[in-house]
Design a protein around this ligand. Structure first.
Ligand SMILES: Cc1ncc(COP(=O)(O)O)c(C=O)c1O
Length: 464
């Protein structure tokens, strides 16, 4: 994307970037990179675009961080937040309720499949995952299976940073500095069909194989010790692995057979990222719990939720039992009000339908990139795609650590940003570029993404 004069807002001064360098501790960031470098400062957004403090415009190809579903600059959501803050800025959900949390809980229960009717609010996704593991443990203690406490999740999956959620996370590099973590979290293969070690020529057989690894792990650990399986509908980390057809149906059967709870971690995938409010609906399975956050408010205020089935709630409804767990800001009135207004926008503007109508075009546009020698695979669903970069397309040979470091961190992230596309170059699994634009995007934005990726990935090849 080129910068045109109307794209330029007031140029900022570098003082802000300097203060950021000196005082802001950025998340998952090598701070040394900024000791002599300029911290990018994003100052405003409008629709699918954002602007930095130098007045440069970028296409927000990652919806912030898989968050800004409705796009930037929605004053309507800001006004709802201001109104709620004037009326009741804060009250906790500790033994009391407030109207917007009640309304939002009812709405989410209506939208969730099956008997998933009980909403426990948090402030974000990691807390929702943490809550789901804790509630699973207590549920089994209350129902006479006190040994059931372990969890199973997939290699390379990211489920958040609290120490329980981090245990569930399957990225060793994200965990090693914080070991020992919560014990009892076991890993199974993910659904990376591009790098399938078994059934690489038969997607459904691969899906059966991958699901069966979950049963194998349950049996190995002992079903009487396993409480829950945590899976994302489309696994983010590693670069958008969709579930093979039949995968979740088989996982559901396995969980039922061993009385293990199925948690659908939809922190990224819910709220339209795949074209449905809850992603489990797209793939036709009903979990026991859904964890969600991010897109619920399109980022206009933070909130998350663990949504549980009636069956899980049941033992908590008797006697002196309580779930001794909570967050001061969980279900914050301002965030709840903003979430309601955001869901109104979804309904009014048909954002889910926009994704369903355009997901084929998005895929087709990104698939054009497969003519580049560096593009090994394009995969994903809805508005959520990963583009895997390879050294050799024919053999699928990937980059070694040094090459990956030079390519992704040394060149790609910066070059994409400088070319006007904010997206993610990630090497938590094999090297990928991820795109997940706001749900208001259409063909013109897909083309812009494709053209920017094409020119930068072409140049990247010369850095290999
Ligand atoms: C699947 C999944 N679970 C949990 C989390 C953690 O959410 P948060 O960063 O809001 O704590 C994330 C964050 O990206 C996620 O993708």
């Amino acid at each position: 994307m080129t910068l045109s004069s109307q794209d330029v807002t007031e140029p900022g001064d570098d003082a802000l970037a300097a203060k950021a360098r000196d005082h802001l501790w950025m998340h998952f960031t090598r701070m040394s990179a900024y000791q002599n470098g300029h911290v990018p400062v994003i100052v405003r957004g409008e629709g699918p675009y954002i602007w930095d403090d130098q007045g440069r415009r970028y296409l927000d190809g990652l919806a912030g961080l898989f968050v800004v579903q409705a796009g930037h600059g929605r004053t309507e959501l800001a006004e709802v937040a201001a109104k709620q803050a004037s009326e009741l800025a804060f009250f906790p959900l500790w033994s009391y309720a407030h109207p917007k949390a009640v309304e939002l809980a009812e709405r989410l229960a209506d939208l969730a499949p099956g008997d998933i009717n009980r909403v426990f609010f948090t402030t974000g996704g990691g807390e929702a995952v943490e809550s789901a593991w804790k509630v699973a443990k207590q549920y089994f203690k209350l129902t006479g299976k006190p040994m059931k406490h372990k969890v199973i999740s997939r290699n390379v999956a990211y489920h958040g940073t609290p120490q329980g959620a981090l245990s569930i996370t399957g990225i060793p590099a994200a965990k090693e500095m914080f070991e020992p973590l919560v014990p009892g979290a076991h890993k199974v293969p993910n659904t990376n069909f591009y790098r399938a070690t078994e059934h690489g020529d038969d997607l459904e057989a691969f899906g059966r194989w991958a699901a069966d690894r979950i049963e194998e792990a349950i049996e190995f650990e002992g079903p009487e010790t396993v409480a829950a399986v945590f899976l994302e509908p489309v696994q983010n980390s590693g670069g958008c692995f969709p579930p093979p057809p039949g995968y979740f149906q088989r996982v559901r059967e396995i969980c039922d057979r061993h009385d293990v709870l199925l948690v659908s971690d939809e922190v990224i995938c819910a709220f339209g990222r795949l074209g449905t409010t809850f992603a489990c609906d797209k793939y036709g399975y009903v979990p026991d719990m859904i964890t969600c956050a991010k897109g619920l408010t399109s980022g206009y205020s933070p909130i998350g939720a663990m949504i549980a089935s009636d069956r899980i709630m049941e033992p908590f409804l008797t006697g002196t039992t309580s779930f001794a767990h909570g967050y001061t800001f969980g279900g914050h009135p301002v965030s709840s009000a903003v979430a309601m207004a955001n869901l109104d926008i979804f309904d009014r503007e048909g954002l889910n339908q926009n994704v369903l109508d355009n997901e084929g075009a998005f895929r087709a546009t990104l698939e054009k990139l497969t003519d580049l020698p560096i593009v090994g695979d394009v995969r994903g669903d809805g508005y959520f795609y990963g583009i895997e970069l390879v050294k050799d397309k024919a053999t699928k040979e990937t980059f070694d650590d040094d090459e990956s470091e030079r390519l992704l961190r040394g060149f790609l992230s910066k070059a994409l940003f400088e070319a006007g596309l904010y997206c993610r170059a990630d090497d938590r699994g094999d090297p990928v570029v991820q795109v997940a634009p706001p749900l208001i995007c259409g063909q013109e934005h897909f083309d812009e993404i494709e053209q920017t990726l094409r020119s930068v990935l072409t140049e990247a090849w010369s850095h290999v």
